[in-house]
Design a protein around this ligand. Structure first.
Ligand SMILES: Cc1cc2nc3c(=O)[nH]c(=O)nc-3n(C[C@H](O)[C@H](O)[C@H](O)COP(=O)(O)OP(=O)(O)OC[C@H]3O[C@@H](n4cnc5c(N)ncnc54)[C@H](O)[C@@H]3O)c2cc1C
Ligand SMILES: Cc1cc2nc3c(=O)[nH]c(=O)nc-3n(C[C@H](O)[C@H](O)[C@H](O)COP(=O)(O)O)c2cc1C
Length: 510
């Protein structure tokens, strides 16, 4: 009798505990979806620009951080709580969505069956007629599908009967240092009216080149270089997954011939926006157009800055130095790529360059206790090395619970004497659980990282069952796209999307 009584007590206690846990879970869910503002700012961003603009807008409007979220996290419940939405979205791939925006339309549609009836038409399409919105679309007009994803989001909203407040604002090649927020935001945000609303742009960061090693000497047409820099002034903080935006410079000869052609004295001192330096120094970072503005004072207003180029960091800031891995781009006419040529050839040891660290939160992997599968090729070694550096640092700091790491890496030549292959071997000996290499130029049967994934798919699944995070770094066309396709083949779309949403499939591909 006593044991029956005890069993009943245990069962009742169990139900009470389950009830409490369920209520706690529901409460937490409702906190997550509760917004405390009538404006929602939504971003979709691959390399951080749209995300930065979204946060800067929120800061300028004194909105709480919960008013800013990635497009993939937006639900109907969020949209029902607000009156206005500002979309800040970039375009990625070939006119596609960034990784944190690619599930948006799918999410909204999948919620339709449970949505308020008024929100679904008879045909089952979404109706958001209570919403007003604007779109800031980031892109690069060098791509054929300029700002395509921004226009797609606009189309989805228009079809849902939401009201577009202003034409879609397109931003070509956004550069935080040279773009005023007020110039790229819709008028209804009123950002320019209150001077206190102006958000701080991070001051320029400078770095001294202290080391440059060719990782594949003898292969001049496709040199891969490892560069090391010391910070000038206080070392900024960055983590694995972050980028640095480098301000490229023209080779000295290029500036000299432009000055000659336009009969200008390079030593002439010019003051622009409170800074004085020689005309030669000013021109090194400007587009050198065919026609020179006739009035010298107008020169710097009219010649835009050379666009910055992003590079994945290959080190963590705790190690002191900023490291990059750069592929020297050689064009068909044998000239070098502007930024890779500047970093990898023209810049001399001791020279100082400008580069802004950009924090890319969606590339951060804080789950160091979980295994990691690092996949990449060529210059993608940068992002993979940074992930390993974070793990090595955590171990050194006494964290004994670090997951296994498997590097799947593709390069061109397998020659064991090449520094790149010696670097891989030393990583294998010290820091990796498993190394799998694919070489594309060795035999009649070139091998790529996606071949390794296919051959090792059982092992891949076992690592994923153990909670592994996949981190991919390198070129999108070729490597990044093939890896994505192969993962879809092996794991299926649902699993891949789930991994992505959980932050367990991270792509730093370009
Ligand atoms: C997120 C990200 C991370 C990257 N990480 C690395 C890395 O770790 N290592 C590495 O080697 N590379 C990396 N890259 C590529 C790098 O940013 C450069 O694209 C590459 O070095 C070639 O640039 P370049 O100036 O040498 O060549 P350029 O030929 O001068 O330029 C090459 C490409 O840049 C674009 N471009 C050219 N002119 C302009 C212009 N005026 N305005 C805007 N775009 C222009 C064009 O698309 C062109 O095809 C990364 C790119 C991105 C987006
Ligand atoms: C791999 C890659 C692909 C891109 N594809 C496009 C494109 O198809 N159309 C476009 O307008 N811009 C394209 N861009 C340019 C980006 O949209 C632009 O750099 C933008 O400022 C990035 O913003 P984000 O940092 O928020 O992702 C591409 C950029 C990269 C790196």
């Amino acid at each position: 009798m006593q044991s029956l009584y005890l069993t009943v007590v245990v069962i009742v206690a169990w139900f009470v505990l389950c009830g409490v846990m369920w209520r706690l879970h529901k409460a937490r869910q409702s906190v997550d979806t509760k917004l405390n503002s009538s404006v929602l700012i939504v971003y979709a961003s691959q390399t951080g620009n749209a995300q930065t603009i979204a946060h800067n807008c929120a800061q300028a409007l004194s909105l709480s951080t919960s008013s800013v979220m990635a497009l993939n996290n937006v639900t109907l419940e969020h949209l029902n709580q607000v009156k206005k939405v500002l979309f800040v979205v970039s375009t990625y791939g070939d006119g596609e969505a960034p990784d944190n925006g690619n599930l948006f339309a799918k999410h909204l549609n999948s919620e339709l069956p449970t949505a308020d009836e008024k929100q679904a038409t008879a045909a089952g399409t979404l109706v958001l007629s209570h919403l007003q919105y604007s779109v800031i679309a980031l892109g690069d007009s060098n791509y054929p599908e300029f700002c395509a994803f921004g226009f797609h989001v606009n189309q989805v909203m228009l079809e849902a009967k939401a009201e577009l407040l202003e034409d879609v604002i397109t931003v070509d090649n956004y550069d935080e240092q040279h773009t005023h927020l007020a110039d790229i935001t819709p008028k209804w945000l009123n950002l320019q009216q209150d001077p206190q609303q102006i958000t701080a742009v991070s001051s320029p960061q400078y770095w001294q080149l202290i080391g440059r090693e060719i990782l594949n000497p003898g292969y001049d047409d496709e040199a891969l270089l490892q560069l090391s820099f010391n910070s000038i002034g206080a070392t900024p903080v960055w983590q694995a997954g972050d980028l640095v935006d480098i301000q490229p410079q023209h080779p000295v000869d290029r500036v000299a011939s432009w000055l000659d052609k336009n009969n200008l004295d390079g030593e002439l001192l010019l003051t622009y926006k409170g800074q004085q330096q020689s005309l030669r120094a000013w021109l090194a970072v400007r587009e050198l157009s065919n026609s020179c503005p006739p009035i010298i004072d107008d020169l710097l207003e009219q010649l835009p800055y050379l666009s910055k180029r992003s590079y994945s960091v290959a080190s963590v800031s705790e190690n002191g130095q900023l490291q990059l891995v750069v592929r020297l781009l050689r064009k068909n006419d044998n000239s070098l790529g502007l930024a890779s040529g500047y970093l990898g050839h023209y810049c001399q040891l001791g020279d100082i360059i400008q580069g802004q660290i950009k924090s890319i939160t969606q590339h951060h992997n804080h789950q160091l206790n979980k295994p990691i599968i690092l996949i990449g090729a060529g210059s993608g070694l940068a992002g993979l090395k940074a992930q390993l550096a974070a793990r090595i640092l955590a171990k050194r700091q006494g964290n004994s619970d670090i997951g296994d790491s498997w590097l799947i890496f593709g390069e061109r030549n397998s020659d064991p004497q090449l520094p790149i292959n010696q670097l891989l071997t030393s990583l294998k000996e010290k820091d990796l659980t498993k190394l799998s290499c694919a070489f594309s130029r060795d035999s009649q049967h070139p091998k790529y990282v996606q071949n390794i994934l296919l051959n090792e798919q059982l092992l891949l699944k076992r690592w994923l069952d153990n909670g592994a995070v996949i981190y991919v770094c390198g070129c999108l066309s070729g490597m990044g796209e093939s890896v994505q396709q192969t993962l879809l083949e092996i794991l299926g779309q649902t699993v891949v999307e789930k991994l992505q949403q959980q932050g367990n499939y991270i792509r730093d591909v370009y």
